[in-house]
Design a protein. Structure first.
Lengths: 204, 204
């Protein structure tokens, strides 16, 4: 049994894994799950990932791994995409946790509201402005870092770039304007120029 | 210059780092920052961590590391607290990302609302019930795992336990009742019985 990736094509978290799999040249079976129809909350899916989320990667022995960044870490070990030292491992994780805590809940969630939902709930209407503010704050932190570094860790393309690229490059689908973030713009181009790069809608 | 930890004693994210430092027997200088008074948003602090958050660990060469779980990873490398195989590294990170994405924003944030704020904003009032629901969902995922395992990864105490313990053991300060989570209760006791354990308010 090869690698099986349970995923939703519109997900940036899923795209992180699909991008690295493509760059590693690893074959895998893609099983699409429509999160808008609750396909990750069925008993069958919850047996694979009790937290009911994509991406979930099933290894050849049947073991399932969840959380996009944990999957990236697993796939990258021993390859050129993995950080090379103790400090770089910590810095890579720092940016990956930054992405999941200070970036994704704002930039990805606003994109989800505006790109995938036909109508917002009262709570979503009310929290949207704060999510926009915090999303721009995350972009500001990235811009400041990229003014001094070509990539996020160790001056070379790696896991932190993959983690941050996924939702940043579609931030405009949530209404975020990147015009005032020229360093981010240049970095997005550097990432898209990497060998083996595939766009978000590419199917292996 | 020894290790310097910038921290807020009420923070579970900070406590993760303080607990591991104690268990490793590593000396460090504690610099308390009152997040309620904006002390992590001063230009001086932002020069250490542009994202303006504690915990931030300054290494002996002046390098600063942010994000509690990245700091744990750094400190644990080469010690008995680090996961022992490629799969266990991925599983440890899976639980750490679960904690930061599916647990902390609900269990820790509700605790922050109820334990540290004197008055909630209209948005906080409105989002509190959903945060309670999602916090209980995270506890449910933990309970299910702990019914089959004494600790989160590899059947021994490690980083994933430290990451999840910090806010779970004070969940009642946010109004979460743990009575229906007996496996979590037993695991909390197992963590508190580990050699070198220190409580949240312990100062090195």
């Amino acid at each position: 049994m090869p690698l099986t990736l349970y995923d939703f094509m519109g997900s940036g978290n899923g795209y992180k894994v699909r991008l690295l799999l493509a760059q590693l040249g690893l074959p895998y079976k893609l099983v699409e799950c429509d999160i808008l129809k609750g396909e990750t909350r069925t008993p069958q899916f919850l047996a694979k990932n009790p937290n009911g989320r994509i991406p979930t990667l099933q290894l050849d022995d049947g073991t399932c791994l969840a959380e996009s960044d944990a999957i990236l870490w697993y796939l990258a070990e021993g390859t050129r995409f993995a950080p090379a030292s103790r400090l770089e491992r910590a810095q890579t994780l720092q940016w990956m946790f930054f992405e999941q805590y200070s970036h994704e809940p704002y930039i990805a969630v606003v994109r989800f509201y505006r790109h995938f939902l036909s109508k917002l709930s009262p709570l979503q209407e009310l929290d949207l402005p704060e999510r926009m503010t915090k999303g721009y704050a995350a972009l500001g932190v990235m811009e400041q870092h990229l003014a001094r570094h070509p990539f996020f860790v160790g001056d070379r393309y790696g896991l932190a770039d993959i983690a941050l690229y996924a939702y940043t490059h579609v931030a405009q689908e949530g209404g975020f304007l990147l015009d005032n973030f020229p360093q981010i713009g240049a970095w997005l181009s550097r990432v898209a120029a990497q060998p083996g790069y595939v766009p978000m809608d590419h199917k292996a």
